[in-house]
Design a protein around this ligand. Structure first.
Ligand code: 5RP
Length: 225
């Protein structure tokens, strides 16, 4: 665990170096991004950088504000120059699964509106194929049981995400179902199927979205492009 945190920190620190004065920066969500935010806030203070953040979750917005990073609403940002975000699993083509932190809907919206997207991960998240991390799907609460039953019938092994006996509710007011697939042979086909289901708001397959991945190592980083 100590090693993993060190790797996350290395990736976060390296990503903070990519931010330039005057940029609007998409701020991801998660424990790796927390290291990035700390490193970015330190640079902003030390180098008097003038940057603006667009958040991907309420949690990141609160942390950024506490660190002195100005946040604007995505609709008030004419452009997002660079987004730094984490991921739960990536493959060698830089496709990814996101949503372990339940923020992937906002993360995908920010990503789709960004000029450049860089993910920061620890080494353990890089795999040949996707699927060992359960795929999160964000669904509307109304009729969620029907959708979960349909996913089960399709052999997608759904599990409604629950915390303290209650369904997890995302920042946008939806539930999350995690699909325990073990391996995803055809991610594009699965993505199209999920996109077509009534009641599905978004899924955590991020295909051909990242431009670059910074993989943290104990004593540095490796860049995947
Ligand atoms: C949140 C995400 C996160 O980026 C992902 O879960 C990685 O988190 P961490 O850096 O804590 O491992 O997709 O929705």
């Amino acid at each position: 665990m100590e090693n993993i945190n060190r790797e996350k920190e290395q990736a976060g620190i390296a990503a903070a170096q990519l931010v330039k004065d005057g940029m609007t920066v998409g701020l991801g969500t998660g424990s790796t991004v927390a290291y990035f935010l700390d490193a970015l806030a330190a640079r902003v203070k030390r180098e008097q950088l003038n940057i603006i953040g667009v958040t991907t979750s309420f949690k990141t917005a609160a942390r950024a504000a506490a660190l002195g990073i100005e946040i604007v609403d995505i609709d008030d940002a004419p452009t997002i120059d660079l987004t730094i975000d984490g991921a739960d699993e990536i493959d060698v083509q830089l496709n990814g699964i996101k949503g372990g932190g339940a923020a992937f809907l906002m993360e995908k919206i920010v990503a789709k509106n960004s000029k450049r997207i860089v993910w920061i991960v620890d080494q353990q998240k890089v795999h040949l194929d996707l699927g060992s991390f359960p795929l999160p799907v964000e669904i509307v609460p109304f009729g969620h049981g029907k959708l979960v039953a349909e996913f089960a019938q399709q052999q997608l092994h759904p599990v409604l995400r629950v915390q303290a006996g209650q369904p997890v509710v995302t920042d946008m007011g939806h539930y999350i179902v995690d699909l325990h697939l073990k391996i995803i042979d055809q991610p594009y086909e699965l993505g199209r199927y999920l996109d077509s289901r009534v009641g599905v708001v978004e899924h955590g397959l991020f295909l051909n979205i990242a431009d670059e991945v910074i993989v943290g190592r104990e004593n540095g980083t490796e860049i995947l492009t």
